[in-house]
Design a protein around this ligand. Structure first.
Ligand code: PLP
Length: 483
């Protein structure tokens, strides 16, 4: 193929200088956007006009890059989900960083496929896995893999535990003998429940155990459930501990769960999506004791570690068992070779469900190299300190009530006698501070999850003042309505 032939079909520009100049403008716009994020509303609903512009005809012909960019800046960027804003406290979401953004750009430029084969991006992913193995005391033999999020990491961990319990043959036969049972607290994330059906085991094989006053799993209740199942001839195959529950931030007694799992011959998995990286915060780390005894650990870099979405991670102590669960050596087109590009010892596609995979590891590698683990530990400590400050403000105000103990970075509270769901929605629409809600003991709570590294005391103060103002206004309106 001559150069002229290539030029006529390739998507590369005729003039790289133009693309470069436009690229610099796009990068500058995003830096402007990121550095002024606190000055704009946290969230605003897109207008019907804007939504309509995204029901356009199939674009068969070419358009100008600068036009697409302008449309993005006008219609998309100002109407994001708000998690970068310092007042964002909804759900459990990180705020992203400029370093993460730049690393995403480099990863996009390199366009590496990390399913397998012999190339340096795989070594970067291995490096992060080794760092995590060291950080969590798993040892260098452990395997680690990036996934979209902890939902997928938990699913993969349940699969590894399933195959360990039922034998590798279950991959041939499918799940037939389901006399195995998993245990987790009532506060466990819904993705563990979903993992049970997606692994063919079924919800009936998951016991959701009562929690104690701190919303952590009750070990006496767990012991009783195991005894009852044993009496029925059932076998415990998996105990899931939660390091930071999604609704209130509760941490299970991981050491205690590791003891029980060991005694029962069950696998011990930790859902550390929210709290595992608390090992970096001196105030949290002692409460995570036992995490180093887990057979597998799921965590999210896109939460407290502030890496841009998405960056979930699974660490498995027994790499061979991990590989047995996912590897499939029958496909000729995916054969591993001794040498050449198809060489390489470690193919991520042998350790998870994905074949084609992007370079998620790069933004994590950049974040760890650039900020360092200590700084991430400070971010996590500060999130917990802000949550404690918020709890103290609530307890000092007779109009507000704390609805769950605050052990980590999540505060559940309400306006006494108020409609907490309506107050949360009012706050989101006002665009200054945005908590979400949860249900605790049958009551709707305003839930402030302090995750974003940009959040400060002024945001906590704004949340308290806004809830008080909205609660009072609603109470007054209700009175006049009645009178
Ligand atoms: C966020 C979260 C999950 C789900 O993780 P995703 O990254 O959203 O898939 C699971 N467990 C806990 C405790 C979480 O906080």
């Amino acid at each position: 193929m001559s150069d002229a032939d290539r030029k006529s079909t390739s998507l590369d520009p005729d003039n790289w200088g133009d693309l470069r100049a436009q690229g610099h403008r796009m990068l500058d716009d995003m830096f402007d956007n990121l550095s002024t994020v606190a000055e704009r509303p946290l969230w605003q609903a897109p207008t019907p006009d804007q939504r309509a512009r995204y029901r356009a005809e199939l674009p068969r012909g070419p358009g100008r890059l600068e036009d697409a960019h302008a449309q993005f800046m006008a219609d998309v960027a100002p109407y994001g989900s708000g998690n970068r804003h310092p007042g964002f406290m909804g759900w459990v979401q990180g705020g992203g960083t400029g370093v993460g953004m730049l690393a995403e750009m480099l990863a996009g430029g390199l366009d590496a496929n990390l399913g397998g084969r012999d190339h340096m991006p795989i070594e970067v992913e291995r490096q992060v896995a080794l760092w995590m193995a060291e950080l969590f005391g798993f040892g260098p033999e452990a395997s680690g893999i990036f996934l979209t999020g902890t939902s997928l990491a938990n699913l993969c961990a349940v699969l590894v535990a399933r195959d360990r319990a039922l034998g590798a043959d279950v991959r041939h036969t499918g799940v037939r003998d389901v006399r195995v049972v998993a245990y987790a607290s009532k506060g466990v994330h819904s993705c563990i429940v979903r993992a049970m059906d997606m692994t063919g085991l079924g919800w009936d094989r998951l016991r959701l155990i009562e929690t104690d006053a701190n919303h952590a799993i009750s070990q006496p209740a767990l012991e009783a459930a195991i005894a009852a199942d044993r009496a029925q001839g059932l076998k415990p195959f998996l105990i899931v501990g939660t390091a930071g529950s999604v609704d209130v931030g509760a941490i299970d007694d991981l050491d205690g769960l590791a003891d029980i799992a060991q005694r029962e011959g069950a696998a011990f998995h930790v859902d550390g999506a929210l709290g595992a990286l608390g090992v970096l915060a001196p105030g949290v780390a002692p409460r995570l004791k036992g995490i180093e005894r887990a057979d597998s650990l799921a965590l999210d870099f896109h939460k407290l570690a502030q890496v841009p979405y998405d960056a979930g991670f699974l660490l498995v102590r027994d790499a061979a068992a991990h590989k047995r669960t996912f590897t499939y050596s029958e496909a000729a087109y995916l054969r591993h070779a001794e040498r050449g590009l198809a060489g390489g010892e470690w193919w991520p596609c042998d350790f998870g469900p994905d074949l084609s995979r992007g370079f998620r590891a790069l933004k994590v590698w950049f974040s760890l190299k650039t900020y360092g683990l200590d700084a991430l530990g400070v971010v996590i400590s500060r999130a917990c300190d802000l949550a404690a400050a918020l709890a103290a403000r609530i307890e000092a105000s007779p109009e507000l009530e704390l609805l769950a103990p605050v052990g980590l970075n999540i505060v559940c509270f309400g306006y006494v006698g108020g409609d907490n769901a309506a107050i949360a929605a009012d706050l989101q629409e006002a665009g200054r501070v945005a908590p979400s809600t949860t249900t605790l003991n049958g009551r709707t709570a305003i839930r402030a999850a302090i995750v974003n590294h940009r959040t400060g005391l002024a945001d906590i103060e704004a949340l308290v003042e806004s809830v008080l103002a909205l609660g009072r206004a609603r109470a007054a309106a209700a009175k006049t309505g009645r009178g």
